[in-house]
Design a protein around this ligand. Sequence first.
Ligand code: 4AD
Ligand code: MG
Length: 478
Amino acid sequence: MKHIKVKDLLNSAKPLDDVLVKGWVRTFRNNQFLAINDGSTINNIQCVVDFENTSPEMLKRLTTSAAVAIHGNLVESQGAGQKYEVQVTKLEILGDSDAETYPIQLRNKPSLEFLRENAHLRVRTNVFGAIMRVRSVLSFAIHQYFQEKGFVYVNTPIITGSDAEGAGEMFRVTALPATGAPLNEEGKVDYKQDFFGKETNLTVSGQLEAETYAMSLGQVYTFGPTFRAENSNTSRHLAEFWMIEPEVAFNDLDANMDLAEDFIQYVIKYAMDRCQDDLAFLNQRLADEEKQKPTAERSEMGLLEKLQFVLDNNFKRVSYTEAIDILKNSKPNKNKKFNYIIEEWGADLQSEHERFLVEKHFKCPVILFDYPAKIKAFYMRLNEDNQTVRAMDILFPGIGEIVGGSQREERLDVLQQKIADLGIDEKELWWYLDTRRFGTAVHSGFGLGFERLVLFVTGMTNIRDVIPFPRTPQNAEF
Ligand code: 4AD
Ligand code: MG
């Protein structure tokens, strides 16, 4: 008897004798129809129990989430809705699941909020099973894309001594015990005495290290966890998220935009080709959710249509200055959707402005570039106007910023001046500046927030629902 995955049973070319299925009970109807899922697909295999020859005690144990081993024959199904079913010959309970206390079954249609509190169990639902399979396929697609193009995958450090974004949103790392840490004269922890002999933190981005590698390996990418202690309790921010950061020597900003657009389209297509059942399910879930909304607020496109739209249309490339003009002229606060009006060139865009540009004005993904230097990080290439930098942000409908990137400042003297102006001690970045001292070259890169991509592809709206165990302010339960 062969243990066969549910997916393979459902795709079998012919009926099969003597199969073994192992999985968890989803539902058990009429003392006869058992729906088993093993995670290999969103679909369940229907197993038909010979209830007349099964003890009532055994039938009672077929509760939601019980682990079972089912022996039987795969036959063509009599009922509608499935091609095959298993006629059960032997039933084993591997692990009981008490129907009285199993949290998810206790509620009829558990809300996403409730499921978030049960992050260890929510993956047993169809929605989360689908999301996590899509997430896994997207991860693979990302590696596939860069590997096919000859990029080298670089593992940048998780513990660093630098603040790549200069935003001061870091989690401090210390090996010292909370009590008894040596203090300096100011009464603060003396990091010189600590494990690394200096202050260290969890990385906010692997970019600076990736740049040093791009200056030898040419094309590199990172794909790893990054950490931000920004206290933004929003549906788009996590304290721990995964970022993909390609960095390419000799690429200017235009080439950087081309790469980002091609890359995003590739991974979305990859998921659409390989996650058809899961995406069909998520598409339906979103359609059902939209139906609950007033007509005016409903999205014009379904999930699959939105994904196809991104594949079929070029991203609109617009400079920051053009975007500001559009925002000023569209008086977006009139329809009360905007609380914050852009008065001045130089202001940072709020997410409501980004969403206006993408969802109302252009109605497609937008790449904004050439931002004011003052609102962007120190490492971005200064333009000839001395006002703007070769930055780019990619904005997606329903998501806002999904990518942040730039052409890097490759001129040593300009970079040193920038660092000095910001009051950063140049000595802290001596290794970074070496890339500009020895064989400097034009180069560019970007960071894609992986969870924001997964949000877009799955049609979910809260970032906490697309990572297994979300880390947000006041929340690190699991
Ligand atoms: O725009 P950011 O801060 O750019 C950088 O970190 C650059 N060093 C990247 C580079 O050029 N190599 O972050 C990049 C992306 C954002 O566009 C967003 O998608 C995501 O990372 N991101 C977050 N995702 C979830 N939670 C957060 N708190 C995030 N902060 C940024
Ligand atoms: Mg950004």
